[in-house]
Design a protein. Sequence first.
Length: 109
Amino acid sequence: MFGKMGDMGKMMKQAQEMQAKMGDMQAEIELLTAQGVSGGGLVKVTLNGKGLIKAMHIDPSLITPDEAEILEDLIMAAHNDAKQKSEAMVAEKTKEIMGGLQLPEGMGF
């Protein structure tokens, strides 16, 4: 019986550690930034780790009525590039923070 209680205590401690690490991870992820670029640097989009746009740069040469469709495509491409980079950084940060924690099978992040 004491063995089961010890296992329960260990599981509770692991749950508390995981909760603390998740809070740390969320704070760190929000601070991450990823910049996506398109059009050879004419359009740049910067996202935070949660995928929100934090900054955007559009070269003034693209801001003409004739270039609206091209500009839209370049903004989407830069955003998608930044999103892909941001997701990779978040995955790496998650692995780094949660790596040492032994999670039950099926509870991976």
